[in-house]
Design a protein around this ligand. Structure first.
Ligand code: HEC
Length: 108
């Protein structure tokens, strides 16, 4: 009896967590379009007015595609030259998800 209660509780908890994990890819897309696309462009090519003025690299370029996720995360978190820092504005999980999203965008 006690065991079945524990199992029921575990199933409920896992059920509550799973949708949050599944949502993270679309969260990254939503975050990207609200916070990043103004400079980097929806397609990641940086062909925006701000992107051209700031000298943004196209995410499709080898200098971005050859960076590993930790380097991309560091740039997003700490900023770099004219890239603003997002630490404090985004959680580590959001920064990780965005680094993955940026790489994926650059492969399209
Ligand atoms: C104000 C304009 C601006 C905004 C907003 C912005 N960036 Fe950037 N970003 C830049 C610039 C400029 C660089 C190039 C930095 C450099 O290497 O000199 C850059 C570089 C990067 C890089 C490294 C790619 C490379 O060139 O090696 C990543 C990854 C990145 N941005 C992700 C993001 C993400 C994710 C967001 C949204 C959370 C974001 N950026 C928002 C301007 C911006």
């Amino acid at each position: 009896m006690k065991n079945s209660l524990v199992i029921t509780a575990a199933v409920l908890i896992i059920g509550a967590i799973t949708p949050a994990v599944a949502a993270s890819a679309s969260d990254a897309a939503a975050l990207y379009s609200s916070k990043c696309s103004i400079c980097h462009g929806a397609d990641g090519k940086g062909a925006t007015a701000a992107g051209k003025a700031l000298g943004i690299h196209d995410y499709h370029a080898p200098e971005v595609q050859t960076k590993d996720d930790s380097e991309l995360q560091a740039t997003i978190g700490k900023g770099k030259n004219k890239m603003p820092s997002f630490a404090g504005k985004l959680t580590d999980e959001q920064i990780q998800a965005l680094a993955t999203y940026v790489k994926e965008l650059g492969k399209k």
